[in-house]
Design a protein around this ligand. Structure first.
Ligand code: FAD
Ligand code: UDP
Length: 370
């Protein structure tokens, strides 16, 4: 008999399992996939750690989480600095002096500020949607070339029908700083995310290719408490209906050249290119393999935004009113389930970054493991 059966070997499940095992509990982790790591899983292809479920860049201001994960991996010095490609013109992201210089030829921060102020005049009053918010942040030229097409592809709707908050988190800087994140700590686990999760799960029993929902009775009987990190609606057999997700599709290719685009991420910001961006995985680790050697091949993934339908891989929760209230109804059912804790991005139907999901698992462990 186990104390804990953890359903899902993603970050939430792995961190909770580690804490339970360290507290002397008997723990079994299962996952329906054939690998650990959940969506942060990386697969080594010709020496390159390929981010199978989309680019993952660890960044945080949470020192406790940073110290915690550093027990299991060292992080490299990767800094996310995506490049925007608009019909062959390249611009630095996030919006900063390099971007403004390329767009307008301005040289000083004052000239850039004046240019933005001039273009922002067309928006009077509080911005009512993403289009107005974008123009008021960076002016019409940048909106047209770097925001409109990308956002439309990403969200499947025109910018004047999208809420303004989506764009508010993008930094706008009057300095020469291409660092996408305002985070104190940032990097990619040296050796890949899979190896980091392997280390978190060190010494803990893991069974892969095991779907909790397919063998529920038997598996439930194995432990006192279940920590379930799968989709909450699936747990309840969708009895109240399906929660919706936004999905992405990746087309991944191994190329027989050493360098495709010279950067980990290039955003295609025009509306004619069907994909939103291309990730070139080797640049998360500066083009080197585990022994520090250059790699003569490269792996790229084109990323397409796609409409989600039941059965597809769930990626981003949709936090609109309809889905939030459906989730609240499932949560009420979850609270009545004796001996079952729901956690993680699918169990709580919540967009969690990796640092936030680690913090949430540590908190749940503190609260529940006695
Ligand atoms: P998951 O990783 O989804 O793990 C859940 C696990 O449960 C899965 O392995 C699944 O197979 C398993 N499971 C589900 N149902 C069952 C069942 N019935 N039986 C057994 N097992 C089951 N965060 C960042 O900080 N930086 C980034 O750059 C970043 N980029 C992202 C890009 C994309 C495209 C996406 C979608 C997310 C990104 N994230 C990023 C967020 C990050 O992926 C999450 O924070 C993290 O994966 C959440 O971990 P989790 O354990 O909650 O969920
Ligand atoms: N965005 C944009 N052009 C870009 C990058 C981002 O217009 O080159 C906008 C877009 O609306 C996106 C939002 O900024 O949804 C937030 O971008 P972020 O990179 O945080 O999110 P992601 O693209 O990863 O969803």
């Amino acid at each position: 008999m186990y104390d804990y059966l953890i359903v899902g070997a993603g970050l939430f499940g792995a961190v909770f399992a580690r804490e339970a095992a360290d507290a002397g509990k008997k723990v079994l982790v299962i996952d329906k996939r054939s690998h650990i790591g959940g969506n942060v899983y990386t697969k080594n292809v010709c020496g390159i750690n390929v981010h199978e479920y989309g680019a993952h860049i660890f960044h945080t201001n949470n020192e406790e989480v940073w110290q915690y994960l550093n027990r299991f991996t060292a992080f490299n010095r990767f800094t996310n600095s995506p490049v925007a490609n608009y019909k062959g013109e390249l611009y630095s992201l996030p919006f900063n002096m390099y971007t403004f210089n390329k767009m307008w030829g301005v040289v000083t921060p004052q000239e850039a500020a004046e240019k933005i102020a001039e273009q922002r005049k067309e928006i009077t009053g509080e911005p009512r949607n993403l289009e107005e918010q974008a123009i008021s942040l960076v002016g019409r030229d940048i909106y047209e070339k770097l925001i409109r097409g990308y956002t439309m592809k990403q969200w499947g709707r025109p910018c004047n029908e999208l809420p303004s908050f989506i764009i508010k988190r993008l930094p706008v800087r009057l300095t020469f700083d291409n660092n996408y994140f305002n985070a104190r700590f940032q990097g990619i686990p040296i050796g890949g995310y899979t190896q980091m999760v392997e280390h978190i799960l060190d010494g803990i029993e893991v069974r892969l290719d095991t779907d909790y929902l397919k063998d529920r009775e038997l598996l439930r009987g194995l432990a006192d408490t279940v920590v379930y990190t799968g989709p909450i609606d699936a747990y309840f057999d969708f009895c109240l209906g399906n929660l919706e997700y936004r999905s992405v599709r990746f087309e991944t290719e191994l190329l027989d050249i050493p360098n495709f685009q010279g950067n980990a991420a290039v955003n295609y910001t025009d509306s004619d290119t069907p994909f939103t961006r291309i990730i070139e995985h080797k640049w998360f680790e500066f083009g080197k393999d585990a022994d520090g050697n250059d790699i003569d091949k490269t792996v790229i993934s084109r990323e397409y935004s796609s409409e989600w339908k039941p059965g597809d891989e769930p990626y981003y929760p949709v936090n609109d009113e309809k889905n939030s209230s459906l989730y609240a109804a499932y949560k009420a059912l979850a609270e009545k389930e004796d001996g079952v804790l729901f956690g993680g991005r699918l169990g709580e139907y919540k967009y969690y970054d990796m640092d936030a999901v680690t913090a949430a698992a540590l908190e749940a462990a503190k609260k529940y493991i006695k």
